[in-house]
Design a protein around this ligand. Structure first.
Ligand SMILES: [Zn+2]
Length: 209
């Protein structure tokens, strides 16, 4: 099963992808994670994307496509995958279609005000990358990771100014993909509001149809 998850930043795609990954036995491939790993490892690509990500902008198509192609060539991606954060533009979708076409494209719908609340409360561990939320998923001790005791921080792209830029960018560049995949008959639209377990159930029901 080859799936693409679409939806605004903060729609919970990553959380649902992690749950679905265990169930379907296919890897969850997040371009955000691939980029952050490249930045952390200081690769040539990482240095290029660092500034772009901090300002909330999109990494250019050619860099993104190269990174994803490399990841899809790995052994665990042979039986399928969930792509989260890719494609984000029509050229990226066309490039993917040439490499390997997705079976279904799942669009998680969440209103902007809910997205802002979710993202601005998000805190990430500097060491292990675990994600918390001030209100919805707080750590046991405020500001400290439950797993390894490291300090939590707000990612630059989760700060309010960057969130607005990310939402605008999403609406302008990624929303046309919804039409594009709709015309191919691959689109499943899901209400992304609510607890992860409820959204997962809607996703499973939509896949079965
Ligand atoms: Zn941690």
């Amino acid at each position: 099963m080859k799936l693409i998850f679409l939806g605004p930043p903060g729609a919970g795609k990553g959380t649902i992808a992690d749950l679905a990954m265990q169930e379907l036995g296919i890897p969850h491939i997040s371009t955000g994670d691939l980029f952050r790993a490249a930045v952390k490892n200081g690769t040539a690509l990482g240095l290029k994307v660092k500034d772009i990500m901090a300002s909330g902008g999109l990494v250019p198509d050619d860099l993104t496509i190269a990174l994803v192609a490399e990841r899809l060539a790995e052994g665990d991606a042979k039986k399928g995958w969930i792509l989260d954060g890719f494609p984000r533009t029509i050229p990226q979708a066309e490039a993917l279609e040439k490499m390997t076409a997705a079976d279904k494209v799942v669009n998680f719908e969440v209103a902007d005000d809910i997205v802002v609340g979710r993202l601005s409360g998000r805190r990430m561990c500097k060491t292990c990358g675990k994600i918390y939320h001030e209100k919805n998923m707080p750590p046991k001790v405020a500001g400290i990771c439950d797993v390894d005791g490291s300090p939590l921080y707000t990612r630059d792209d989760d700060k309010e100014g960057a969130i607005k830029v990310r939402l605008d960018t999403y609406r302008k560049q990624t929303a046309p993909l919804i039409d594009w995949y709709g015309k191919k008959g691959k689109l499943l639209t899901i209400d992304g509001v609510g607890a992860p377990a409820a959204v997962l159930q809607r996703f499973q029901a939509a896949l079965k149809k």
